[in-house]
Structure formats: C-alpha cells, structure tokens
Design a protein. Structure first.
Length: 209
C-alpha cells in the first residue's frame, strides 16, 4: 500500500470516529452509512480492529470500556420494539439467582420475529396493556433499554409460571419482599391485568402480608 493511500485510509477512519464518539456507545451499519461513512472505510475499521462486532450489523469501538451487559444492549439496539421480560427482567432487577442463557423478550402480538444470530432470544407475545404497561427505560452501556418494572415482571412470571418454573417465581417473590421499595397495589393491578390475581394472592398473603 502506498503512503498516500495509507494516509487517506487513516484520515477516513479518524473522520468516522469523530462522527460517533463520544456520543454513541454502539452504532449500526445503516447509521454509519447514513452519517456518510463509506462502506470501504467501515470494512477497514473492522479488519484493523478499530471496531468490534456486537451482532449482525452492529458495532462498537474496540478501545471503549467493557460493556456491563452487551447482550441486553445489543438486543435493545437491534430490536427497538422489544421489552426485556420474565427471567431476563428478574436478573436485571436482581430478583433471581438464575443466569439466563437467552434473552427473554416481549414483543407486541403480530410483530415480525427478529432474526438475530446472537444473542439467542426467547420471544413472548404480549398484547394491549399487557405489553405497554409497566415499561421502564434504563441506560445500559449508554444505550436505552426497555425493561418491565419489578411488579409487572412478577405478575408476568406468575402468568408464565408453567414455562419458567414455579420455583423461579417463588424465589423472585422472596427477593421482592427484601426490596426497600415495594408497590403492592401496583403489583395487584398487574396481577389483575395478567389474570393471575387468584393464583398470586395466596403466595402474597404468605410472603408479603
């Protein structure tokens, strides 16, 4: 490679870095192209180790601090309609000792299933207020991630207890009891929304009341 071409490549990479840092913790290929980064520059950045691949079409600069939760950040970037739910939400709220090996993600009923090669997803289809209520947005590694709040998560877990295991649900209830902030009225509202109030009440009376 001639010195002139090498200098041009270096300049193009510096310009590309300036477009995204320090504002973005990660970026998608389409965002880079829209910002004016040439595909050839993007490939050189990848090949030279300037950027690292997080998932299909998603990158971050390799010299940035390690991600706290790259899987949640990746899913939030690539599936913006999704909401972290069930065991993944329990893990985020520190209400389980389970280590999820896949991301539990809620999508609105009728949405097209995402096609990700990584991380693995387990999709649950919610509809109406069961999908839209109880959503919190948290900053994870500089990326906004939607997660159901602890009360909504607990009600969802009771609803899907046959899929995730009642032992996981009861453990989550014990962790919830230890939280300094508990919204029992909200918990019961979500229980009614998920149609599990009668199922939950005996466990709540034993554990919370």
């Amino acid at each position: 490679m001639s010195p002139n071409i090498k200098k041009q490549n270096t300049g193009a990479i510096k310009q590309a870095r300036a477009l995204f840092q320090p504002q973005a913790a990660a970026f998608r290929t389409c965002e880079a192209l829209k910002a004016g980064v040439h595909p050839r520059t993007l490939y050189k950045m990848r090949d030279q180790g300037v950027i690292e691949r997080l998932g299909r079409g998603m990158y971050r600069f390799a010299d940035m601090p390690s991600l706290w939760n790259p899987d949640l950040a990746t899913v939030a970037m690539l599936v913006p309609k999704g909401v972290i739910c069930l065991i993944s939400a329990l893990s985020y709220h520190e209400m389980t000792t389970e280590i999820p090996h896949e991301i539990y993600l809620a999508l609105p009923r009728g949405a097209e299933p995402p096609r990700l090669d990584y991380p693995p997803l387990r999709i649950f289809w919610f509809s109406g207020t069961a999908f839209t209520d109880g959503v919190e947005q948290h900053d994870i590694d500089g990326i906004p991630v939607k997660v159901y709040n602890p009360e909504k998560t607990l009600a969802d877990c009771f609803k899907y207890r046959n899929k995730i295991g009642l032992d996981v649900v009861l453990e989550a209830l014990k962790f919830y009891r230890q939280r300094k902030r508990r919204e029992v009225d909200e918990l019961m509202r979500y229980a009614r929304m998920c149609r599990v109030e009668k199922v939950m009440r005996p466990y709540l009376e034993t554990t919370l009341f």
